[in-house]
Design a protein around this ligand. Structure first.
Ligand code: DP6
Length: 320
């Protein structure tokens, strides 16, 4: 039977950057993210012995490039002796542009493939399988604020706070369209091998995680803002110090960061974070969303603005 799942991307506030074991895709650091509500990937998986081979369709186009990674994930979920699969993936936001599309894609993939193969695993097990395919995908199995732990041999995620219990907004400034030059998997390996700041990054992560966990428990926006911006800039410093340097920002990225700083100086509850791409994600209180949108809208180079609340984890949806 075919199965369809939907998953939302998540935005890391305390970043995952670096692997402890690249073969098993175990992260070198813990991380904390928020799962979005309104951007999503819908994934339909059907195992069919009448097919001669696996077929991946992404946003209505056959995709050969992403197929090997998808196949490895399907083998882990349904076993290497599974039937060939047809996989249809659709996202309502730009993919491979630093908007965490691999997180929503692999989270939706494991949920749909598990159901299509009749396995019936629980969320913890599905998160572990999603995380083996793409570390950040493990967090999209959970809604609200999710923490990916860095301990043991299993990828483990906890929900720190449900979406409804701290309803923040995320406003994304698209500063460049088109795919990013270097994927995060390769980029984090370059950082691990060459950045002089990498070891300090790993050492300091537990204290950033504790600070963020405490801020979330206390719903303390200012404390969360401070540690999240610090952690984001530290991750990018690790990248900038790599050889070759990894610089995902453009001049509009910097203008957006400056606009957030300006809003902060006016007392607006907002902070920025940036992942492996040039887009700027501003996290703000609900009442301040329009101010953030106007500030980004006033920057000439911003190609588009997306906004979302916080949402739930990946789930199966009906086939209609
Ligand atoms: C900057 O989860 O894409 O978005 O495990 O190699 O697939 P792989 O990496 P991926 O890395 C995400 C990096 C990040 C930070 C984060 O989401 O925590």
């Amino acid at each position: 039977m075919p199965a369809i799942a939907r998953a939302q991307p998540n935005i890391a506030l305390i970043k995952y950057w670096g692997k402890r074991d690249s073969h098993r895709n175990l992260p070198a650091v813990g991380s904390i993210s928020v799962t979005l509500a309104d951007l999503f990937t819908t994934m339909r998986v059907e195992f069919d012995d009448a097919l001669s081979d696996d077929l991946l369709i992404v946003n209505a186009c056959v995709n050969e490039d992403m197929l090997p990674r998808i196949q490895r994930c399907l083998d882990n979920v349904a076993g290497a002796r599974r039937h060939p699969a047809r996989i249809d993936s659709e996202s309502n936001f730009p993919i491979a542009a630093g908007l965490a599309s691999s997180a929503s894609a692999f989270a939706a993939l494991v949920v749909a493939a598990d159901a299509a193969a009749g396995m019936g695993r629980d969320t913890a097990r599905l998160a572990s399988l999603a995380g083996s395919a793409s570390g950040s995908a493990a967090r999209s199995l959970y809604g609200g604020f999710a923490e990916l732990e860095n301990s043991g041999d299993e990828i483990k995620v906890n929900c720190l706070c449900n979406a409804a219990d701290w309803p923040l907004r995320v406003v994304v400034a698209i500063t460049a369209t088109g795919p990013k030059p270097l994927g995060s998997t390769a980029a984090m390996e370059i950082s691990r091998k060459t950045s002089p700041f990498y070891s300090r990054w790993i050492e300091q992560q537990p204290q950033d995680l504790t600070e963020a966990r405490n801020a979330i428990a206390a719903r303390d926006f200012a404390k969360l803002a401070s540690v999240a911006e610090h952690n984001c800039l530290k991750m990018h410093s690790v990248m900038w110090g790599s050889r070759p340097p990894i610089v995902y920002w453009n001049s509009v990225t910097l203008e957006c960061m400056q606009a957030v700083r300006e809003l902060q100086s006016q007392g607006v509850a907002v902070f920025f974070t940036i992942d492996a791409g040039p887009q700027v994600k501003a996290i703000c209180e609900v009442a301040d969303e329009s101010k953030v949108r106007s500030a980004f809208g006033a920057i000439g180079g911003v190609a588009d603005i997306l906004a979302s609340g916080l949402g739930g984890g990946a789930s199966l949806i009906d086939d209609d």
